[in-house]
Design a protein. Structure first.
Length: 400
């Protein structure tokens, strides 16, 4: 099909849940994708932080090919070696002890919510169920995950929402302390709020939250669906803060482009789940786990994260220079290769459009925050090419 035909048929047959750009992507390699008209783009969206190893990383492709010909699916009624291998890789590289596999970020969050509630009921009695989350957070679109999401616009039209969630401003420890009540069982936060605007938790805040949770007997759930697995230049974002969560959610980058999610927990917390308490038909299936084992193995390999931090440093230096040149760039923030540039004057979408015309895909949050989530394998040369395009787009926008 031509690009126009694909777009026309999407309009005819798909539910209108997405506002899409008029591009149909057909092929990807490394940091580049091609549309159906044959145009090439430098991809600094990376499938929204999914393609951390770039498109079609050969080792991930080979792992999928090999597993697809061996056993694609068999159900969790049976033991599955690729699932065990992936769980061991995650546990041995984290402070968590056990893993539940699912298929997406929202499902990982659902598992975390159910586990926290079950744990609290067993430990503290029937009245402890409330989970405090942050405003501007994002935890997914299933009914419980969207309720956990501290953005009212995502709730509208879907009421009644599940009970037991409460919201506080991010990076405000006193507000959190004041919100803890007799029903509270857990606090759930993103170390870096991705979808909510690339807001980085202050070190004192996250450490204070950990201390508060310990004092009050609350579980700390960290949602690292976006920020985890190398995105910030560490295996997990919380490593920057010197703290560990009780429950950790992962997804996006986990499968190297293949859908898979996970909720990890400390032994004592994980023990709240007994056989039959939670399940997923596809969760941890052999194909997804084989892809993820290859992907995570690459991210955790010697030297990989050092390179991420090097390229991220170079990117930040180039963006700082851009900020000096264009007053419209108000702030550049982020951690590792999860970077936001806040613009003024509501020109974010226009700048994105100009970048796209020049062959660079970026993401825009709201009207003003450009989000850059390139593959972790991006080179300094590719970063330079992206910043040059962004610079030209900003210059052009300034002339209008
Ligand atoms: C993307 C995201 C989710 C939801 O993941 P899905 O796979 O879209 O369900 C949850 N939490 C965070 C922090 C995310 O960035």
């Amino acid at each position: 099909m031509t690009q126009e035909e694909i777009i026309a048929q999407a309009d005819r047959y798909l539910m209108r849940t997405y506002g899409r750009f008029p591009l149909a992507l057909v092929r990807g390699e490394g940091a580049y994708v091609w549309d159906a008209a044959g145009n090439r783009y430098l991809d600094f969206v990376s499938g929204l932080a999914v393609n951390s190893l770039g498109h079609c990383h050969p080792q991930v492709v080979e792992a999928i090919r090999a597993q697809a010909g061996l056993l694609m699916h068999c159900s969790n009624l049976y033991h599955i070696e690729p699932q065990v291998r992936l769980a061991r890789l995650l546990v041995e590289n984290s402070a968590l002890d056990r893993v539940f596999f699912c298929n997406s970020g929202a499902e990982a969050v659902e598992a975390a919510i159910k586990l926290a509630r079950k744990h609290a009921k067993q430990r503290h009695g029937p009245d402890r169920f409330e989970i405090i989350t942050a405003l501007k957070s994002f935890h997914g679109r299933t009914l419980a995950a969207v309720t956990a999401t501290g953005q009212p616009r995502y709730h509208q039209g879907f009421e009644p929402l599940p009970a037991g969630f409460r919201y506080v401003p991010f990076n405000d420890l006193e507000a959190l302390r004041a919100a803890v009540g007799e029903h509270t069982c857990a606090v759930m936060l993103e170390p870096v709020q991705g979808e909510g605007g690339v807001n980085v938790a202050h070190p004192d805040y996250l450490r204070g939250v950990r201390r508060l949770c310990d004092e009050q007997g609350l579980l700390l759930i960290l949602d690292e669906v976006q920020a985890g697995l190398g995105r910030t230049g560490r295996r997990f974002a919380h490593e920057h803060y010197g703290i560990t969560p009780d429950i950790l959610t992962l997804a996006k980058a986990l499968g190297g482009g293949f859908p898979i999610g996970a909720a990890l927990a400390r032994e004592e917390v994980a023990a709240a789940f007994s056989p039959g308490d939670h399940a997923s038909t596809f969760g941890g299936n052999p194909l997804a786990c084989a892809a993820a084992e290859a992907a995570v193995g690459l991210i955790f390999a010697d030297g990989f994260l050092e390179q991420v931090l090097r390229v991220a440093g170079h990117f930040r230096t180039r963006l700082a220079a851009l900020q000096d040149r264009f007053p419209v760039v108000r702030e550049v923030r982020g951690l590792g290769l999860l970077i936001g540039a806040e613009l003024s004057a509501g020109i974010g979408k226009a700048v994105l459009g100009r970048c796209q015309e020049r062959g660079l895909l970026i993401n825009c949050i709201g009207e003003d925050i450009l989000r850059f989530i390139p593959p972790l394998t991006v080179t300094e040369t590719e970063v330079d090419a992206a910043v040059d395009i962004l610079s030209a787009a900003l210059a052009e926008e300034g002339e209008e």
